[in-house]
Ligand binder design. Sequence first.
Ligand code: F3S
Length: 81
Amino acid sequence: ATYTVVNQETCIACGACGASAPEIFDYNDEGIAFAILDDNLGITEVPHELEEDLKDALDGCPTDSIKVSSEPFTCKSVQAG
Ligand code: F3S
């Protein structure tokens, strides 16, 4: 299983993630990205067919703000990540 969340503290609103994975990432009013799947909680499994898009987004983010894990994220793990 794969889970993803955006670290909005480090996201610079570059917009690459939504271009790579429009079904996973969208942007708030400030252009800061969030995971659509569960409003950036990182607790909803990324559908298997979207994992390739997710990998592209992960590789493309200039600030390493996209976090990916095989386990659901908690508030703690996002901060540590
Ligand atoms: Fe932000 Fe990285 Fe996406 S900087 S807009 S999370 S590609």
